[in-house]
Design a protein around this ligand. Structure first.
Ligand SMILES: Cc1ncc(COP(=O)(O)O)c(C=O)c1O
Length: 385
């Protein structure tokens, strides 16, 4: 079946008791057993819950995965995956990674003896083999990256990881399975912050991991129940509801983003636009090859200072200042001071005139008009000076 059909129906049979067309919120912690060990497949909601199962089945299907696991947040998914490796093991990660992931790796796991090596997207795509050795157990990819919208060649990274017996994990939060399916490109595990496009309405925090490898799946099932970073039934239900409209929302996000990227690229107050859909993007061809469209995220450098960037943030009204992304409403933020403040001390801080946009599905004309008036205000002093 096609993606749109699976998003609405997979894992979501009408309720056998009532015929309810929507999966109920099974707000229960435990399940009555007929006798010891004899039950209907559920014994305790940390191990499994029917609402969560529906989400896991549906989202695994969208990622073309045999096994899916939902978590309380994207970071809970990442933390659980990090339990696939041990202190002393080496993890090679793309350096332009979500700030919270960098913080988890460098401030939580590195002090415990895990070894991290951060490489550029270009190195990850073209010569990752040089960075890998027999101690490397995990290759961590994000593509497109947050916040610089760099693109990693997922197939090449997975092949390099496999050549030393490491597993390749891809954070697919920006693209979503509607635009990119990393397991089809050779990755072993795909993860998400479902907080973003999958939930889609900025009303839930959640995470997800999926794989086709039965050994990894067994371990993740064990880790999910042992570590306990699971989402509650209502949060699972909200993400499941979000999935139903993922394809229509993503088409709008992509169409709006394309227009906004073109507008920004032509604007004199903008130094550089980072959007994989633009022909000027250094990895445009790679993005076109491994993605079906280019998504709703972009960032740009204002032609000016950090103060100019902050002035833009102060001047918009349809674009609301806020962290997070992937909701129907457009958000604007300053990665250096907000989402990626934790990379300030790293060898790869983000530019201080960088603005990140999460393009929503409002009218593109309204979004462009709002950016236009905000950019004109900052452009004027520097043009006259
Ligand atoms: C690419 C990416 N991965 C992971 C996360 C972490 O997800 P969560 O905030 O749901 O824990 C985020 C959050 O912004 C993200 O942007």
């Amino acid at each position: 079946m096609d993606f749109e059909t699976r998003a609405i129906h997979d894992g979501q049979e009408p309720d056998p008791t009532t015929g309810a067309v929507i999966v109920p919120i099974y707000q229960t912690s435990t399940y009555i057993q007929e006798e010891v060990g004899r039950h209907k497949g559920y014994d305790y909601s940390r191990s499994g819950n029917p609402t969560r199962t529906a989400l896991e089945t549906c989202l695994a299907s969208l990622e073309n995965a045999g096994f899916g696991f939902a978590f309380a947040s994207g970071m809970a998914a990442t933390t659980t995956l990090m339990h696939l490796v041990s202190p002393g093991d080496r993890v090679v990660s793309v350096n332009d990674v979500y700030g919270g992931t960098y913080r988890l790796f460098s401030k939580v796991y590195e002090p415990k003896g895990y070894v991290f090596d951060f490489r550029s997207t270009e190195e990850m795509s073209t010569r990752l083999g040089e960075a890998l050795d027999e101690r490397t157990r995990l290759v961590w990819v994000e593509s497109p990256t947050n916040p610089l919208l760099n693109v990693v060649d997922i197939r090449a990274a997975a092949e390099a990881a496999h050549s030393v017996g490491a597993i390749c994990v891809v954070d697919n939060t920006f693209a979503t399975p509607y635009l990119q399916r990393p397991l089809d490109l050779g990755a072993d595990v795909v993860i998400h912050s479902t907080t973003k496009y999958l939930g889609g309405h900025s009303d839930v925090v959640g995470g997800f991991a999926a794989t086709n490898d039965p050994t990894i799946a067994d371990r993740l099932a064990f880790l999910q129940k042992s570590l306990g970073g699971i989402p509650g039934p209502f949060d699972s239900w909200l993400v499941l509801r979000g999935l139903k409209t993922l394809s229509v929302r993503m088409r709008e996000h992509c169409a709006n983003a394309r227009r906004i990227a073109e507008f920004l690229e032509a604007h004199p107050a903008v130094e550089r636009v980072r959007y994989p859909g633009l022909v000027s993007h250094p990895a445009h061809d790679l993005a076109a090859a491994q993605m079906d469209d280019f998504g709703g995220m972009m960032s740009f450098e204002v032609a000016g200072s950090q103060q100019d960037a902050l002035e833009v943030l102060r001047s918009t009204s349809v674009w609301q200042l806020g962290e997070s992304l992937g909701g129907v409403e457009s958000l604007i933020e300053h990665p250096g001071l907000m989402t990626h403040a934790s990379t300030a001390e790293s060898p790869f801080p983000v530019p201080d005139n960088l603005i990140r946009l999460s393009v929503g599905i409002e009218s593109a004309d309204d979004l462009i008009a709002d950016l236009e008036q905000a950019l004109t205000r900052v452009a004027e002093p520097s043009r006259s000076g």
